[in-house]
Design a protein around this ligand. Structure first.
Ligand code: LCS
Length: 413
């Protein structure tokens, strides 16, 4: 493990994993005695690998560490990304996957290989909720959803057959936090695998494995790649778990990352610490602006002292992230009108992009859910979610201000 090799996250993000031996540039070049290896790791955009002899071929099947066989089983570009991820998340090993959902399903299928019950945070990312609420029950796997902001509620929901505690912190889109050290301790006491989706925080803000969590997941579609160009995911954990995930659920269900997407993600990670710091700085300015605006009912940002878990955020997070949620006073009509007026901020799902992205869940991602159900889970009609980008914050604030000023009730407040 390279975990303790570098003092800072930026050096890690740039150099970690790159000690991986680079495959020869080509037989002719080797024969010609040419020196020099690419500074930017090359992309191995191939599906299969050839061997010189039957013996070499056979031994690669027996001992997979001895060679690459087929890209669904492993590829040098994937491998380099995985080594970097393990270092960034202070884990033993990592696995890159085709998407965040590929990481989530692969990790859960691995931890629940013999069936069992899941205790999960309520208000998870919607597709994760659907996976646990709709897909897994068909395989005999039940989930109890609890308000994991209270670790006691997590412990109370544990049954004799519970195999997984599944968490997100901060949650999407309500930015609730979970005390990771407390939940990890509960999981250990009951011999249960603890899993957290660390997409919103990134390893720059929190390293759950250092707090005792077993498995960390990412949608690398978001901050890790940061370029808005890929769909990708990651699992980080103990080598034993990662090997089981790779040889089992990943290989057989097939949510394997393509070499090209692995390479594009490798291009993004070196700037993650710089980008994340700027996301945090911009979000802090914008949250402070929104908080004082008369058209806004409330603002939820872990860095604001009025966040119900601000003390936990200060203790657990090193940077409060780029996501902000707010409630407009005028409900759904205000939400729709507001987003229609925006000029710099883009109306789009996803997050972690260099551009500021805005989403009004009631009219888009959550429109299929009946109003009462949405209200119960906190997805209210005037809720707007921001993924604050890397533009100059005064430009984003000016865009938000002009859009807020067009709301019909603005002058009445
Ligand atoms: N986990 C979290 C916390 C997410 O926000 C998402 C996607 C995923 C996992 C799934 O990752 P994917 O498979 O898309 O790479 N979140 C999205 C969102 O909030 N809007 O669009 C996608």
């Amino acid at each position: 493990m390279e975990n303790k090799k570098y003092k800072g996250k930026s050096t890690e993000a740039i150099h970690a994993g790159e000690a991986l031996p680079v495959l020869p540039t080509g037989a002719q070049d080797q024969q010609a005695g040419k020196t020099g290896i690419p500074l930017l790791p090359p992309i191995y955009q191939n599906s299969t690998f050839r061997f010189q002899t039957a013996e070499e071929f056979a031994s690669a099947f027996i001992d997979e560490e001895s060679g690459y066989v087929y890209t669904r089983w492993g590829n040098p570009t994937q491998k380099l990304l995985e080594q970097k991820l393990a270092v960034l998340e202070a884990g033993e090993s990592a696995l890159a996957t085709a998407s965040g959902m590929g990481a989530i399903s692969t990790a859960l299928l691995t931890a629940l290989a013999d069936g069992g019950h899941v205790v999960a945070m309520e208000n998870l990312y919607s597709a994760t909720y659907n996976l646990l609420n709709e897909e897994f029950p068909r395989m005999g796997i039940e989930t109890t959803f609890v308000d994991a902001t209270d670790p006691n509620k997590v412990e109370s929901a544990i049954r004799p057959d519970t195999k997984v505690i599944y968490l997100e912190s901060p949650t999407n889109p309500l930015l609730k936090l979970v005390d990771l050290a407390a939940c990890a301790e509960i999981a250990k006491a009951h011999n249960i695998t603890s899993i957290i989706d660390n997409t919103f925080a990134t390893p720059c803000s929190q390293q759950p494995i250092a707090l005792g969590i077993d498995v960390v997941l990412h949608s690398m579609t978001k901050y890790l790649s940061g370029n808005g160009a890929v769909i990708a995911g990651a699992i980080v954990g103990e080598k034993e778990f990662i090997v089981r995930a790779q040889k089992g659920a990943l290989r057989n269900f097939g949510a394997v990352i393509s070499p090209f997407n692995a390479w594009l993600t490798l291009l993004g990670i070196p700037t993650l610490p710089l980008r994340f710091a700027r996301h945090c700085e911009n979000a802090a300015h914008i949250a402070a602006f929104l908080e004082t605006h008369p058209a806004v009912a409330w603002v939820r940002y872990p860095g604001l002292p009025n966040h119900p878990q601000h003390d936990l955020a200060k203790r657990q997070m090193n940077g409060f992230g780029g996501m902000i949620t707010m409630e407009l006073k005028g409900g759904r009509a205000a939400g729709e009108k507001f987003v229609n007026q925006l000029q710099i901020c883009a109306l789009a799902v996803s997050l972690g992009d260099v551009r500021t992205l805005v989403c009004h869940p009631a009219s888009t991602t959550h429109s299929h859910i009946p109003t009462e159900v949405r209200q119960q889970t906190g997805i209210t009609d005037g809720l707007v979610r921001f993924s604050i980008g890397l533009e100059d914050s005064e430009d984003i604030i000016a865009d938000l201000e002009q859009a807020l000023e067009t709301l019909p009730f603005y002058s009445e407040i």
